[in-house]
Design a protein. Structure first.
Length: 43
């Protein structure tokens, strides 16, 4: 499988969350954890 751009994944997840009315107003915590996962994945 090919690599997926993190921004593409984020945009898809945000669109899904908005459609299902589950978007969290403060995205700082999920964004930080996502970056942590990405950093761990790369290393």
């Amino acid at each position: 499988a090919g690599e997926v751009d993190p921004e593409t994944v984020r945009a898809a997840l945000v669109a899904f969350a908005r459609r299902n009315d589950i978007l969290v107003p403060d995205m700082s915590a999920p964004a930080a954890s996502f970056q942590l996962i990405e950093a761990h994945h790369i290393g």
